[in-house]
Design a binder for this molecule. Structure first.
Ligand SMILES: C[S@@+](CC[C@H](N)C(=O)[O-])C[C@H]1O[C@@H](n2cnc3c(N)ncnc32)[C@H](O)[C@@H]1O
Length: 289
């Protein structure tokens, strides 16, 4: 599935192991080792960027070099961005991203349609929800959203984003995703839609360890127990290197055996502004009733 740019986001160019993007008023250069080709724009376009991410290790950590207006933002200060009516903050995080994942716009669009088609105020669950743009998109479409993330700071940012978007109905939970889901199963809670976008490795608020390959099968199984009889969707997304859309689809097929509906899977890709290149970013599988 392809994400093309929108008013507040564009993939301007890519190449030589980097990408050049625009986030609202700022242009940004970030490492992207899979861009094995030569850039299309002249070096001057890249040199004019407001922010360049300088990685300090092989994971995602590093430092931003900021100039101009970007440099005048205080440490951790945000600037407003939007995707249609959904408003959220951009931030230069120390993990190379800008506090949301633009390629997810293809999923937001799909979720928006799925929620609108699901009848009045469907209950939906967003696990590993981070700064909440998917939660906001589903809430704007009319869903009663429960948003779960282990990080207090991520949920604080998500709440700020909800306020910017004029949304006050989302239920915010700071908890380990597995613990939360296990408790919801014991309570007999049900949802019409679930999305989960787990990292390869993470920690719950009490140090609970999350490992994608070890923990996703059990969590996906528990999630299927939370689906109501009228449930409309279950979406898995993952960024890990050894995962694939086909693997996520196989897991969904296993856990949803006998439930009917259909499963589609693929890769989320950012499309460069000139249409000449695409960058594969993450994998997804989606069940819909
Ligand atoms: C890849 S990001 C999710 C991106 C998000 N879906 C989005 O589109 O913006 C992973 C998130 O998982 C959270 N996380 C990591 N371990 C967790 C755990 N054990 N339980 C709940 N959330 C966890 C992190 O705090 C982080 O916000």
């Amino acid at each position: 599935m392809r994400t093309r740019g929108w008013a507040d986001y564009a993939l301007l160019d890519s190449g030589n192991g980097r990408k050049l993007e625009r986030y609202g008023c700022f242009t940004v250069v970030r490492p992207e080792p899979q861009c094995l080709w030569a850039p299309a724009l002249p070096a001057s376009a890249w040199e004019a960027a407001d922010a360049v991410f300088d990685p300090t290790d092989e994971e995602d950590a590093g430092r931003w070099k900021l100039k101009g207006q970007a440099a005048s933002l205080g440490n951790g200060e945000a600037w407003p961005l939007g995707w249609g009516e959904v408003k959220f903050n951009g931030r230069f995080t120390s993990f190379r991203h800008l506090a949301f994942f633009p390629e997810q716009a293809a999923n937001w669009e799909w979720l928006d349609a799925a929620v609108r088609a699901a009848g009045p105020q469907p209950k939906v669950l967003n696990l590993f929800g981070y700064t909440g743009v998917a939660s906001l998109a589903m809430a704007k479409a009319g869903a009663a959203v429960t948003h779960v993330d282990a990080s207090k700071r991520a949920v604080t940012w998500a709440r700020e984003n909800a306020e910017l978007s004029g949304l006050s109905t989302i239920r915010w939970i700071v908890e380990d995703a597995k613990k939360f889901v296990a408790r919801e199963v014991r309570r007999g809670s049900k949802y019409e839609g679930i999305i989960l976008d787990p990292p390869k490795y993470g920690r719950g608020p009490d140090g609970e360890v999350w490992r994608l390959f070890e923990d996703l099968p059990e969590l996906a199984g528990l999630c299927t127990e939370l689906l109501s009889e009228n449930a409309k969707f279950l979406v898995l997304n993952a960024y890990a290197e050894r995962i694939s859309g086909a693997a996520l689809s196989g897991l969904l097929a296993d856990k949803l055996k006998g439930r009917g509906g259909r499963i589609e899977w693929g890769e989320l890709a950012l499309v460069q502004e000139d249409g000449a290149r695409e960058i594969g970013m993450s994998f997804f599988a989606r069940w819909s009733a």
